[in-house]
Design a protein around this ligand. Structure first.
Ligand code: AMP
Ligand code: MG
Length: 425
């Protein structure tokens, strides 16, 4: 194995360092309707427009009272009734209770709520079941307990999902500032490739990696831009890279191995690229290229840009492309999207069966696997390899929902029950 290959950790650290640098140039900002904001990245802080909750409210159906009085188990006459949506009533007379519904404001003078299930009710009033006691504040959320008016509730860089949308709605935001999606050029290369809607001739295959990567880019917050397939020729690659130079990120598949028609690296060099990495000790994905076309080289093609163009040369086999995208391209995509979270997502799982592949010394392996999440409350998720016939096996990829990480230590035993790492896809 060539000595200039980086280990997985070295390559990951190098990509993280470049991704952090790209984050210093914030993306453009656009405003979108709240309902269209799911999956986007927040660009401006979200501030509380009022105290949250805006009034002290009950979290239970029951009886508002003074905790100290209720804890004596005296019968407390019911002085009134309040439903959600009504203004705060009161004051609560001494030695009395006030019927209250979940979400309703607490009457002035009350400091707790007895749950309806915990009281004995009669025509004379309500009494807390002995020997229960009630603490001040029980079943009540104080005004401003979650946030004070003007507090920053969300910082820029947060991925917007259902929880953030609910919070923004509670602050009266019907639109949000989000970062513009980075435009990610996807260039598949290879003389054997034909577009999806073509019948492949002898020796040809359909281009499956471009749509796969487009889906991964879209899921990662980017805007995919699929370029026409480039043939394995200097002229075709030069023209395609020239076209792609207006993108924010360029993903090239194929043509980075050591074969006679693997022409991507020289084409990138002709475009003025600086190479950060030209191989990683991983399987699949060893020939990975990570490079950058500097801004002055981009400017020759396109006036408007102020930053270098990161470029990944992903090995052509679709599983290699998928793994190297997750490991290395997705942190850069996160940075270009303005997301604060950078990096691939790993988790621990328990092997449900001994894998039929062994770790290899000096090589970190990422093998298609299926993980069953949440199978048992007390144990880790269970993971097993899916059967596969190498990095071109698309059916295996489609059956998988993660990749099992085999460490680069060949002596490591991987029996059923072993705790292992998985790369989430
Ligand atoms: P390469 O990295 O160019 O040597 O390609 C490795 C293998 O992946 C070859 O069998 C290619 O035919 C296959 N391959 C390359 N690009 C694609 C693609 N876009 N879609 C499907 N298979 C591909
Ligand atoms: Mg090829």
């Amino acid at each position: 194995m060539s000595a200039d290959l980086l280990t997985y950790q070295e390559a990951a650290a190098l990509v993280a360092e470049h991704a952090a640098r790209l984050r210093n140039i914030p993306p453009a900002i656009e405003r979108v309707d709240l309902l269209a904001a799911a999956g986007r990245v927040l660009a401006s802080p979200l501030y509380a427009d009022q105290d949250q909750p805006p009034f002290a409210r009950s979290t239970r159906d029951g009886f508002a009272c003074r905790a100290r009085e209720a804890s004596t188990h005296a019968m407390l006459p019911v002085a009134g009734s309040i439903r959600a949506g009504q203004p705060p009533p009161g004051p609560l007379p001494p030695g009395a209770a006030w019927e209250i519904m979940t979400g309703a404001p607490i009457p002035d003078g009350a400091d707790a709520v007895m749950m309806v299930e915990h009281v004995e009710a009669s025509a004379c009033g309500v009494r807390l079941h002995a020997p229960r006691k009630l603490e001040a504040g029980e079943n009540v959320v104080a005004r401003g307990a979650q946030a004070r008016a003007g507090d920053e509730l969300l910082a820029p860089g947060v991925l917007i999902t259902a929880g953030q949308i609910a919070l923004a709605a509670s602050c009266g935001k019907s639109a949000l500032d989000v970062f513009a999606r980075p435009r990610v050029a996807i260039l598949s290369t290879g003389d054997e490739l034909v577009p999806i809607d073509c019948e492949p001739g002898p020796g040809q295959i359909r281009n499956s990696s471009s749509p796969m990567l487009a889906a991964m880019v879209a899921a990662g917050g980017g805007g995919p831009w699929i370029l026409p397939i480039a043939a394995d020729s200097d002229a075709a690659l030069d023209a395609a890279i020239h076209q792609a130079v207006t993108a924010d990120l360029l993903l090239i598949t194929g043509g980075v191995s050591a074969g006679k028609y693997d022409l991507v690296e020289p084409a990138l060099a002709r475009a003025g690229a600086h190479f950060h990495c030209t191989g990683v000790r991983i399987q699949p994905g060893k020939p990975l290229v990570f490079a950058e076309i500097p801004k002055h080289k981009r400017a020759a093609h396109w006036e408007a840009d102020k930053r270098p163009l990161p470029v990944f040369g992903l090995p052509g086999n679709p599983i290699s492309s998928a793994v190297t995208f997750l490991l290395f391209a997705s942190p850069v995509l996160d940075a270009l999207s303005g997301r604060v979270h950078l990096g691939p997502r790993f988790a621990l799982a328990r092997l449900s069966a001994a894998p039929d592949r062994r770790p290899k010394a000096g090589l970190t392996r990422f093998l298609p696997a299926f993980c069953t999440f949440g199978s048992h409350p007390e144990s880790l998720p269970e993971v097993a390899l899916v059967s596969w016939q190498g990095s071109g096996d698309l059916a295996a990829l489609a059956r998988a929902n993660c990749f099992l990480v085999l460490p680069d230590d060949a002596s490591q035993a991987l029996d059923a029950g072993t705790t292992v790492r998985i790369l989430l896809s």
